[in-house]
Structure formats: C-alpha cells, structure tokens
Design a protein around this ligand. Structure first.
Ligand code: 5AD
Ligand code: SF4
Length: 468
C-alpha cells in the first residue's frame, strides 16, 4: 500500500505550545551572531520556548559568543560566572536552567569551557545550531527538567482501564514503548513524544493475559521505536523485545505476535533469532529505511548505510526465509540529488518490498532538516514519488501474486464487504476474503489462496479448524 500520509499509529503530532518556557539569549559580536540568535530562538519555539527579557526568568540561557576581540574567552568566563549565580538562585526556587554557550568561542574553546565551567549544560558551535532542539531535549531530560510531552510512561498507561474490552476480531494492539531518541533530521517525534521509555514487562504480560483470556489470538506490540524496547523485567533485569515476545508466545500462548515500528539500528541478534525460533512471530516486518543513499541516510541521521540495511535484511531472511518486508520512504529530503534518488530505487530493487509507505519530504518546524539548505523543488519531489510508488506497486503485486496457490492460515477479523464473506489477515499481513460462517470471526483457519485483487487476496476455506 502506498500512501501520502503517515500510517496510522505513526502520525506526526504538532508540538504543543500550551506550556511555555523562558528563553534568554545574550548576543555578542557581529550581525551573523544576531541572526544566529534569532535562528536559535526559532528552532526552540516548537519546544515551547519564548524569549524573556532577563536571565532570572529563563529556563534556558544561551550565551552567543564572539571570538573576534582580544581576551574573548576571559570575557566569556566572567559572564558565565554571573550566569552561574542566576542558575543557582533559580535552583533554590526549584527551577531548572539549561545554560548553553554558542558561537565562535564555543567552537574554539568547547572543551575548556566544559572543564572550567562544568555548570554549563550545552556547548555548541555555529555549525550545529540546527541540532539545538535535540541537545536541549537531551540536556533538559538529563537535568531532570520536564518537557511537556515527557511523562512517565506508566503514569499514562495507568489511566487506561484495566478491563479493556477485547476487540471482536481476535486481534489487538498493545503499546509497550513510547517516544524516540533517534532524532532523525526530518522528524518531530523526539521533540513531541519525548524520550524513549518502555513499560515494565510484567505490565505488558498482564495485559496480554487479559487479552488472551478474552479471546485475542494476535497481538501487535506498538511503539514509536518498538524494537528499542527495554522494559524492566520481573527479575529486575532489563528485558528486550525478543525476551518479551518469547514469553508472550510460550507462556501467555499468543498465537500471533507482530510489532511495529522498528528501527534498523535496534534490530539486535536476539530479535533476529526470535524470528527463526518463534513460529508465533509473524513473517512480516515493517522496517523503515527512508532512503537508499548513504549521503542522504547520513544527512537524515539514520545511523546506518544502505549496505548495512541490505545486510540486515539478508540476516533476517536467513532466519525466516518467508519474511515479508515493508518500509517507509521519504523522497526529496533536503540535499537529495537525482543520483541519491537513483540509489533509493536501486535499494528497492535489491530488497523487494511486500508493501511500503512513501512520502514527499515536508519540513517540520524545529527539526534540523527544516533549517538545512538544499530544499528540493516540489515538482521534483512529485516526479520522484510517482516513480518510486510505481515500482513499489509492481513489487507489492508480485508479492501478492506469489501467494496464489498457497494454503495459508488466516485470522478472520470480521465480515467482508459482500454478504456471507469473511475478511481476515494472512501471516504476511495480506487482507484475505473468503466465503464462510460468522462463527470463524476471531479464529484462525486455513485458506487456499486463489486470486489477487488490487489490495487483497481471495480464496476458499480448506478446513474450519482453529489452529489453537
Ligand atoms: N516529511 C515526510 N515524511 C515524514 N515522515 C516523518 N517525518 C516526515 C517529514 N517531515 C515519515 C517517515 C516516517 C513515517 C512515519 O513518516 O517516513 O517513517
Ligand atoms: Fe522519527 Fe527517526 Fe524516531 Fe522514527 S526513528 S520516530 S523517524 S526520529
């Protein structure tokens, strides 16, 4: 499925500005610094920062320095001494302060500043202002400050009713992780959703047991960065996603387990092994790659190359040969050239995707990419998106064609569009329609796949036994 909007569950909320924080910028030096100070204020606005006239009212103070005069560093240290007092006075009132040093002195004397003035939280040179929101979010969290979207994950889940109704169709979603620390250049999630955090394994297992008792056969574990899951286990140790999946399969007895969305960097060995060992782990993986160009991947701050993604896919397919892959793609990220785009097309050719979501890059205020140069014209993005979606469509159709002739277990989640028809999901997340009785809804039964339609498969029931 190609789509112009992000998949559900992966929407991009706009930053909240309901709680504002004070920002005080002290600017020394040239026009360039004046401009930079304004830019820093701009990139911090989506995080809720509003300029205030005095450092005493500021949750964040930026000293934007100039190196052109003599004794520039000494002047900086003497100003920092003054700001330290402001920070201490605020701390006594229970208010945190992020203190940042920017500009040319920061660039030249960064290490010296951190060692002589350890109360400084952030030092950033002029080339890194676009990363300021990322640094601020990290520093504020490290300082224990609360970013409005940043709340203990359990607290939120506590508001969910414990006796949550099981969905009728035998498939349920279960959120295990929230937030993201990856800071991809284009993405607003780390700012809006805050730091990565995981629910304790015991809470997840308890909820899965309730769902199973209510008849749920398939659970999709959810998280912005679900394979970064690192919840506290009942044994006091940190559990990864693979461990959690094993317990859900072997002890809770969930027939089908899925998880989404994953990051290639967090695809660890034990999770790959779980795809080999656990038949309950469904052979479908949404593993966004975004681009096939190493240059663009680096600009996106994705933390891996195209070949590393290819190698990862090879290892996954080695573990689970019938694994179907899905991805997200962005065309027209700032700086993307025709040659970069061709690399993306080559990666698509090499990997072969069962489905994918693709987007034209669109700037999100406050993200590094939005402030970068080299924005790609809209008509170029349109053309690239069309070309990419055409190839992905061919791949999706080929993947679905290959299912014709298979006998596949289908979880029936509800009625189909036509009377007497049931609709369900194959292990590879394909929609499958058959004629059959309502009594099969919420159950798994084998289907002979006979037809491929635009976005679904058709077949006939072979046996009406639940493969419990
Ligand atoms: N522009 C276009 N697509 C984006 N996505 C996230 N941010 C942007 C953006 N600024 C896409 C990515 C991500 C998916 C959920 O949305 O492909 O994986
Ligand atoms: Fe956004 Fe990247 Fe985190 Fe995904 S991994 S939520 S794209 S920052």
């Amino acid at each position: 499925m190609n789509s112009l909007s992000p998949p559900s569950g992966a929407t991009l909320p706009q930053p909240s500005t309901s709680s504002t924080r004070g920002l005080h910028v002290i600017t020394w030096g040239c026009q360039m610094n004046v401009y930079d100070s304004e830019r820093m204020s701009d990139v911090l606005r989506p995080l809720g920062y509003r300029t205030v006239g005095t450092p005493d009212d500021a949750d964040m103070i930026i000293l934007n320095t100039c190196h052109i005069r003599d004794r520039a560093a000494e002047k900086v240290f003497s100003e920092l001494g003054r700001l330290r007092k402001v920070k201490e006075a605020r701390a006594e009132r229970g208010e945190g302060t992020v203190l940042a040093v920017a500009g040319c002195v920061a660039q030249a004397e960064g290490k010296e500043i951190l060692s002589r003035a350890p109360y400084v939280d952030i030092v950033l040179g002029p080339q890194t202002y676009h990363r300021l929101p990322e640094m601020v979010a990290r520093a504020a969290r490290a300082a224990g400050a609360v970013i409005e979207t940043d709340f203990p994950v359990e607290q939120k889940f506590d508001f969910l009713p414990a006796d949550r109704m099981a969905p009728a169709g035998g498939a349920a979603f279960l959120t295990i992780q929230e937030g993201c620390d990856k800071f991809c250049s284009f993405c607003v999630v780390p700012y809006t959703r805050g730091a990565e955090s995981s629910r304790p394994a015991q809470a997840v297992i308890a909820e899965a047991r309730r769902l199973a008792a209510a008849g749920v056969r398939e659970i999709t574990l959810l998280g912005q960065n679900v394979n970064a899951y690192h919840g506290e286990g009942p044994d006091g140790r940190t559990w990864g996603l693979a461990r959690l999946a094993r317990v859900l399969a072997d002890e809770v007895g969930i027939a089908r387990i899925r998880y989404t969305t994953s990051h290639p960097r967090d695809m660890e060995d034990d999770l790959i092994a779980a795809h080999r060992d656990l038949p309950q782990l469904m052979p479908f993986l949404h593993l966004p790659v975004q681009s096939g160009s190493d240059r663009v991947l680096a600009a996106m701050n994705r933390g891996h190359t195209a070949d590393e993604y290819r190698a990862l896919v090879a290892r996954l397919r080695d573990a689970r040969p019938d694994l179907a892959l899905s991805s997200d793609f962005i065309v027209g990220h700032p700086g993307e050239t025709d040659a970069d785009f061709a690399e993306t097309m080559r990666l698509i050719d090499d990997v072969g995707f069962a489905q994918a979501y693709s987007f034209k890059y669109s700037p999100r205020p406050g993200t590094p990419a939005a402030g970068a140069g080299g924005h790609v014209p809209e008509d170029v993005k349109d053309a690239r998106l069309q070309e990419l979606q055409a190839v992905l469509r061919v791949q999706q159709d080929a993947f679905n064609d290959a299912a014709i002739g298979l006998t596949a277990p289908v979880l029936f989640t509800g009625r189909g569009r036509k009377p007497g028809q049931l609709s369900g999901k194959s292990p590879w997340l394909q929609a499958v329609n058959v004629d059959g009785p309502d009594s099969l809804i919420g159950r798994i039964a084998n289907v002979d796949i006979r037809h491929r339609y635009t976005n679904s498969l058709g077949g006939v029931l072979t046996e009406e036994t639940d493969r419990a």
